[in-house]
Design a protein around this ligand. Structure first.
Ligand code: CA
Ligand code: CA
Ligand code: CA
Length: 459
């Protein structure tokens, strides 16, 4: 090996070592304000120009109206006309329009699914189609509404509401809370003959839905075949790691403990997450319960105080912050603390980091964090329900590609990182953020060099 190669190898090794121990320099930008009880944001796969904002209820000053609105990401403006309006939703604090999921094949079929509580307080899962079946349309066709599934709710709270498609199986997952009140009085979480307190998995490629033959209770007459997992209290925001298919379920606790659960992509059995037998790792009401050894306990818990209600987030898989990839973000609704960690089976939670101060932005207050969301690129957003605001997590210095905070934080390692990312056709090398193919070209070298020459004031 020549000296030149050895030097390059050392340089690369030094760069990698720095990355592995780097503190990531993050901040947020407020991308939108004036929203009406925003509760979720998402985008169709591959649609990098739009972000769809779910307003829970109270849209246009009407208590029972809920809108899905479109944020034009290129101009950072909300389109004046809603994508879809749903009327006659119920108005309890945890009711309204709660979930939205675009079909994995939205680009060809224009289908999407919503989850809301109607005027009777019943959860409705419905399918709609973009106007004219055109996925580029900025409106949906109200007449396309097709009810997929309904579930009566015995109490107004704990409606779950999240939905998402499994990245590996294309099935629709739907979270249901335990029916509400407190302490799961109907013992729904452990009852496999109700959809309450469950994570469902259904096949929605047809007219309504069918049961995937690989569901754990497929063919059963005594247990609901839609069930994928059970023992949940009020799973408030779940997500798939879009790269691995691993599944994160944040479950809101009763009076003491908040929890985050993990299901590896390879899992195929009916996992029992424990509620109302266990709250976090603590026994809650074990009367009539199966042995604890049959249950899956959380990968992470935290106790109440100023905190009181977990808001699950996402594993970051975006372009802008390569060193952050694989990091899971979540928040607490009451304390407005934002935390991240990495998780691997057999290893556990590592790099547990409170991000609140890092993500704070002068002049604005990020609180009432009701949800996170991803755009089509996998960049992360924070939904502030109380303030009607939407924030985006961004790097403090986009060209500090190794995320080092050691002075000088812009150095040869960032050139190495840029070259490696470019060679790997990684979207992080799209410095000029062009969208015209080929998105990675000589302009990105110019952009990187110019940006490096200007520098950043903060790592
Ligand atoms: Ca649990
Ligand atoms: Ca650097
Ligand atoms: Ca480019």
């Amino acid at each position: 090996m020549s000296n030149r190669c050895s030097s390059l190898a050392l340089l690369l090794a030094a760069g990698l070592a720095t990355s592995a121990h780097a503190q990531v320099g993050l901040t947020t930008v407020r991308v939108q304000t004036g929203l009406t009880r925003p509760v979720f944001v998402t985008a169709p796969p591959g649609d990098t120009s739009r972000l769809f904002v779910v307003e829970q209820r109270g849209s246009a000053g009407v208590a029972t109206r809920a809108d899905i609105r479109i944020l034009n990401l290129a101009t950072n403006t909300m389109l004046a006309t809603p994508f879809l309006t749903i009327n006659n939703v119920s108005i309890g604090s945890e009711q309204g329009l709660l979930g939205l999921a675009f079909d994995p094949n939205y680009a060809t079929n224009g289908r999407f699914f919503v989850n809301y509580t109607n005027s009777a307080g019943t959860t409705v899962i419905a399918r709609y189609t973009a106007t004219g079946g055109n996925p580029a349309s900025n409106t949906a066709d109200p007449a396309s509404a097709t009810t997929i599934l309904t579930q009566a709710q015995p109490f107004a709270n704990h409606n779950g509401g999240w939905m998402g498609f499994g990245p590996n199986d294309g099935y629709l997952y739907i979270s249901f809370g335990d029916g509400g009140s407190a302490n799961d009085p109907q013992n729904n979480g452990q009852n496999t003959n109700t959809l309450l307190g469950k994570m469902l998995r259904i096949d929605v490629t047809g007219a309504t839905y069918t049961i995937p033959p690989t569901n754990p209770f497929f063919g059963s007459t005594s247990m609901r075949q839609e069930i994928w997992a059970y023992g949940l209290r009020n799973p408030w925001r779940s997500s798939f790691d879009r790269l691995t298919g691993d599944f994160y379920i944040a479950d809101v606790g009763q009076d003491l403990i908040e929890e985050i659960n993990f299901q590896p992509a390879s899992s195929a059995t009916a996992i029992n997450y424990g509620w109302r037998c266990y709250e976090g790792n603590n026994a809650f009401n074990t009367t009539g319960c199966a042995p604890a050894a049959t249950m899956q306990f959380p990968i992470y818990t935290y106790t109440h105080g100023t905190a009181c209600s977990v808001t699950g987030g996402y594993v970051y898989r975006g372009c802008a912050i390569p060193s952050l990839r694989g990091t899971y973000f979540f928040a607490d609704y009451c304390s407005a603390q934002i935390t991240s960690f990495r998780y691997a089976p057999g290893v556990g939670v590592t790099q547990l980091t409170n991000r609140t101060a890092e993500l704070a932005v002068a002049g604005f207050t990020i609180n009432a964090i009701v949800s996170f969301g991803e755009d089509a690129n996998g960049e992360l957003y924070i939904v502030d329900q109380g303030g009607g605001e939407l924030y985006k997590i961004v790097p403090r210095c986009g060209i500090n590609l190794d995320s080092s905070t050691i002075n000088p934080f812009l150095n040869v390692n960032d050139f190495t990182s840029f070259l490696n990312l470019f060679a790997a056709s990684d979207c992080a090398a799209n410095c000029d953020k062009s969208t015209v193919a080929p998105v990675l070209n000589i302009n990105d070298f110019t952009c990187f060099l110019n940006s490096f020459a200007v520098g950043c004031s903060n790592p």
